[in-house]
Design a protein around this ligand. Structure first.
Ligand code: ADP
Ligand code: ADP
Length: 225
């Protein structure tokens, strides 16, 4: 279990400031929500933590170690994208195994890890299907499995449930939370849905225009004057 620290992170595109001094201290094992309107910088912050984007000022520390130039693959940070980004021509099992390509593992070890993760997300019986033969919720689980199989220390979720209908979203949210608790992975998820953040997160940071406006537990934020 690791903590994630952002100290005064700044990022601009030209003279457009997208992250304007973001400071956060996310506890080991925490289920942490980034809440804010579209364009507030949530995805940008996730991408900086993942290593897909480089901040210009401030510091990012994971487990007490500062990260600057480490590429995404070297970080033990896993990100699940909003659109799932599954390979249509690969089976469920192959999609999940794809996360382990270039990690110098034996065939046997890859098979064992993939099977374990497929069980964790309850996809064991669907391993040989193609993504297009799956429901939205099942595709979402494949995307999650593909990330979990790399055994990340930090899990980043970019609006992971936004493509699902309401009842499935509620069900998947509970499953996700249960799995997160069981694995104890420090998790940061982005949402623009206040009730989603309020009902699942340990703590919430409210972002607006690249600035953290409020931060606290759901109860503390609910009582905010
Ligand atoms: P356990 O007590 O078995 O570790 P919990 O589900 O109670 O499992 O908590 C898991 C972890 O999540 C804790 O170790 C803690 O670091 C973190 N956590 C839980 N609730 C909060 C909270 N409200 N604020 C910050 N961190 C929390
Ligand atoms: P959110 O995830 O909260 O919707 P984003 O992090 O995606 O917000 O975007 C924050 C701001 O950064 C937006 O105003 C967006 O237009 C701007 N932005 C994002 N990517 C780029 C880019 N590649 N070039 C210029 N501006 C960008």
């Amino acid at each position: 279990r690791v903590n994630v620290k952002c100290e005064d992170l700044q990022l601009s595109y030209g003279n457009v400031v997208v992250l304007d001094g973001v400071t956060l201290d996310i506890a080991p094992g925490e289920f942490f929500a980034l809440l804010g309107p579209s364009g507030s910088g949530k995805s940008t912050l996730l991408r900086v933590i993942a290593g897909f984007l480089q901040h210009q000022k401030g510091r990012l520390l994971i487990d007490g170690r500062e990260l600057r130039d480490e590429p995404a693959w070297a970080r033990r940070v896993g990100m699940v994208f909003q659109n799932y980004a599954l390979w249509p021509h690969l089976s469920v099992r192959e999609n999940v195994a794809f996360g382990l390509v270039e990690r110098r593992l034996s065939r046997k070890e890859i098979d064992a890890r993939v099977s374990e993760v497929l069980e964790q997300v309850e996809l064991g019986g669907l391993a040989h299907r193609s993504p297009h033969q799956l429901s939205g919720g099942q595709q979402q689980r494949v995307a999650l499995a593909r990330t979990l199989v790399t055994q990340p220390q930090v899990l980043l979720l970019d609006e992971p449930l936004s493509n699902l209908d309401r009842s499935l979203r509620i069900q998947m949210r509970q499953e996700l939370l249960k799995l997160q608790r069981r694995l104890g992975i420090t998790t940061i998820f982005v949402t623009h849905d206040q009730s989603e953040a309020m009902t699942s997160a340990d703590r919430i940071a409210v972002l607006d225009k690249g600035v953290v406006q409020q931060i606290g537990t759901p109860i503390a934020l609910y009582d905010y004057p």
